[in-house]
Design a protein around this ligand. Sequence first.
Ligand SMILES: *[C@@H]1O[C@H](CO)[C@@H](O)[C@H](O)[C@H]1NC(C)=O
Ligand SMILES: *[C@@H]1O[C@H](CO)[C@@H](O)[C@H](O)[C@H]1NC(C)=O
Ligand SMILES: *[C@@H]1O[C@H](CO)[C@@H](O)[C@H](O)[C@H]1NC(C)=O
Ligand SMILES: *[C@@H]1O[C@H](CO)[C@@H](O)[C@H](O)[C@H]1NC(C)=O
Ligand SMILES: *[C@@H]1O[C@H](CO)[C@@H](O)[C@H](O)[C@H]1NC(C)=O
Ligand SMILES: *[C@@H]1O[C@H](CO)[C@@H](O)[C@H](O)[C@H]1NC(C)=O
Ligand SMILES: *[C@@H]1O[C@H](CO)[C@@H](O)[C@H](O)[C@H]1NC(C)=O
Ligand SMILES: *[C@@H]1O[C@H](CO)[C@@H](O)[C@H](O)[C@H]1NC(C)=O
Length: 903
Amino acid sequence: MLFPLTPSWVVVALSLYVSTSLAYVPLSSINRNSSGRYVPHEYIVEMDSVSGLAGKRAYTGRTVHDEVYHHMRKRGILFDVNNEFDTPEILVGASVKIESADDITRVTEIPGVKAVRPVLSIPRPQIFGAYTVNDPKDPRLPPNPLSTHLMTGVDKLHAQGILGEGIKIGIIDTGIDYKHPALGGAMGPGHKVIGGYDFCGDAYTGKNTAVPDNDPLDTCAGHGTHVAGIIGADPGNPFGISGAAYKASIAAYRIFGCKGSTSDDLIVQSLIRGYNDGMDILTLSLGGVDGWTEGTGSVVASRIAEQGRVVTIAAGNDGAQGSWYTSSPGNGLSVMSIGSIDNVVIPVQNVTVIGVDHMPIPYLQALPFNVTGDLPVYATSNDTVVKNDACDPLPATTPDLSGYVVVVHRGTCPFTQKLANAAKKGAKTFLIYNSDDGEFAGIEVGNYTAALISAQDGKFLVNQFAAGVPIKLNFPAVGGAHNLDDPKGGLVSAFSSYGPTYDMFFKPAFSAPGGNILSTVPVSKGSYAVQSGTSMATPFAAGAAALILQAKGKSKDLSRSLRDLFQTTAVAVSSAKPEGSLFQTVSQQGAGLMQVDRALNTKTFISPGQLMLNDTAHFEAYHTITVKNTGSESVTYSVSHVAAGTAQSMQAGSIFASTGPVELTNASARVTIIPTSLTVSPGSERRVSVYFEPPQGVDESRLPVFSGFIKIESPAETLKVTYLGASGNLKKRVVLDNTDTFFGPGASLPLMLDFLGLQVQDDAQQVNYSMTGINIPSIVYRLAFGTPEVRIDLCDKNVNLKPTIVKRSWLSWLWGDDTTDVNTIGPLQETNYVPRNSAEPEQEKNGYNTFVFNGTFANKTRVENGEYRILLRALKVTGNSKNSSDYESWLSPIFGVNYTGPF
Ligand SMILES: *[C@@H]1O[C@H](CO)[C@@H](O)[C@H](O)[C@H]1NC(C)=O
Ligand SMILES: *[C@@H]1O[C@H](CO)[C@@H](O)[C@H](O)[C@H]1NC(C)=O
Ligand SMILES: *[C@@H]1O[C@H](CO)[C@@H](O)[C@H](O)[C@H]1NC(C)=O
Ligand SMILES: *[C@@H]1O[C@H](CO)[C@@H](O)[C@H](O)[C@H]1NC(C)=O
Ligand SMILES: *[C@@H]1O[C@H](CO)[C@@H](O)[C@H](O)[C@H]1NC(C)=O
Ligand SMILES: *[C@@H]1O[C@H](CO)[C@@H](O)[C@H](O)[C@H]1NC(C)=O
Ligand SMILES: *[C@@H]1O[C@H](CO)[C@@H](O)[C@H](O)[C@H]1NC(C)=O
Ligand SMILES: *[C@@H]1O[C@H](CO)[C@@H](O)[C@H](O)[C@H]1NC(C)=O
């Protein structure tokens, strides 16, 4: 499932779920539809290019596409072609609708077919926790709008006049409001937005037919416009912001309609379009939980990067879910997956306190509230500890609140519910004060005049009110702009997703500023807003890449080496503010915060930028680093090891991943470096050998992900190579959740539900299903870890098999003792490269999976009436799909298929 990459829902979810102990999810809440990561029946069939085909058989003069279709028809396969791809170095093939899943194997056997991949569904990027500022002409600007440029050295390139001129950047998103004055005001040659394409149309929801046109204007979403401003906002705007590469040319590729999701199909189409349009850089602030490198979008994006284009893609906003959870297509092997660093400042406005001597109170809003006069304070509760403040309707004794600033405590229910309750009493102006552990970041307040203030300031106001002090507040229209130092500024944003991938690929690559970013939104949506997400970090990295391409002169080789260059020149980021804190795990920060001036100016080129040590069962202990001196003098480098914190990626005594922020320990790898000092003459290169031993004395049941840096220092500069490995054997991780942690005592997973949604405990409770309407069985399962393959098969009720997951009460029917050569009747469903589930209670947030058996095999042939079991199997990571002992398995209780309807 792919998710939007503006994360404040994560913050909201945290405030909702963290304080209370996690309640069990009631089985009755399960929505009985099979979980769908994929667009039903849609596949991308990859074909050999003509040259590949010619080797196999005489070429008939038909296109390779026609040739393949011809064979599909000949085999009686029913299909419709949606789109064709014909870019030999990236993808030759077609996205097709294939009626029967069982035909897929037959399609893969057709000569000329290289691969058939299902089309992933990708939910739209949503905007959460944004705060919009309504008046672009307002003369009062928050100072220091360029803090993100200062954090990354972009200011130094701007000072040299390097602004991205001559570089083309394709933005694949919700479109761009190119009419925005800071984005050039128009689209076409000679403008900032030189062109683009709308692949879907406003009405596209990801489930209906896309209606493309030539106009990618972003009117109804806003996400793509925010992304565009981070790259391209022209200076001289009311807020004093400017894009990282505001002289670059931009193309807008729109793949989201006004509502709903999109698909891998449109991602692939837009990537290939951008490639063929000659974009130097393609940037995608989108993606969804995956943890694998194999999705179509990931594969195509990676091939484009290998062809010498820069591809930047968001790492994801699922930091709260912990390790092994980065998004695709950012997981593509050769792309740059971008993590987020919090901005060092938070732009706010101050409200003036009248009646008592007190400092102004900052409220989280970039432009002042349009509220005049001195207003008295009204607190909806005098108790500053209460959590559910104003979650219920206010008492009848409440006065008319229209003349007050209403002060409400954060907690328990959505902000808009609190505001609506106060608004029913006439309230118009609101300040919500933070809880002690709440994050000071954008909150969702709908269209109310409401903003967040600190816990401390809120308690002060409430205590004054409760003491009967006649305190008033004034929202100055002028002079209230202020920048708070973000106490977590410069650290990795809490929402930024943790890698690595399940098979130990290095994700994210590095990080860029993405927390609290002021940029453009469509004029119809207020023109400017502050938003947070790896969605914001990703275009920053794209803009930075444009500066380097311009300054050094663009070439395929430079583009291919850019990830190494950004990684080796990035600065490692701490896990916390106090001096001496452990460095944050590389699995969340990647190689650290990018430093664009260092990437431009370094005379030392080091490759590779990242070392992947794999797990200890497949440990890659030896690595070679090449140090190249392009300067005009000999340089002596000293090489040393600096460890980062080791992430306890799994919970203690549990099969589940740790939630974020993931606990760190100081266990560290032992590293032998030869030589530790080397002199490299001008224009030449030398090698350094590095030998790793995993940390000693760690608890492998926590699957510790250890990481760090090989520091390469000269008197003039410090560079590094970043490494990452895991202590433990990935193949030993439990994949299928076999606990009752999620659904509560008695509801051990996996489980079968009857037609009322009640759990079928065992064979004694056999249910015979009529297989019509909802009178069908469903299987509910969760994945504690990713799996390369989930298979669901129908078996005879007497199948001779001992599954790996066994309930005591079922032992009576277990007489088999291994899973080799399982005699199944036929496949019901097979899914590849499935991510683990989240700790969220909802299926839409990847909390659990369901499979609904509607009475047909995967090939849609109806199953005969009879008594059966359903066999669920999941392959272990690094397991061999041919070896049945590498699967975990579960057998359902016996059930009857008692279909009586017409055939
Ligand atoms: C805003 O409030 C903060 C905190 O009280 C104060 O330090 C700062 O000087 C104020 N700035 C302005 C412009 O009022
Ligand atoms: C502020 O509010 C007043 C009165 O409601 C309105 O006339 C004015 O246009 C508003 N100003 C802005 C900048 O929205
Ligand atoms: C705020 O939004 C609600 C729901 O979208 C709408 O009913 C209401 O009229 C809006 N209020 C204002 C003042 O725009
Ligand atoms: C809160 O304090 C104010 C001022 O002392 C008082 O008028 C009000 O009744 C108090 N509210 C409650 C619920 O006690
Ligand atoms: C780690 O080892 C497994 C098993 O050999 C392999 O499939 C995987 O690709 C390796 N990962 C990396 C990053 O090399
Ligand atoms: C569909 O699959 C079932 C189970 O594998 C098999 O028995 C049946 O022959 C298949 N039907 C067709 C039309 O291929
Ligand atoms: C069962 O589900 C499959 C896949 O969604 C669908 O194609 C088929 O028509 C359904 N069959 C019945 C009998 O509902
Ligand atoms: C359902 O089918 C089973 C086995 O085919 C049969 O024994 C049973 O009587 C049937 N039950 C109903 C309610 O039709």
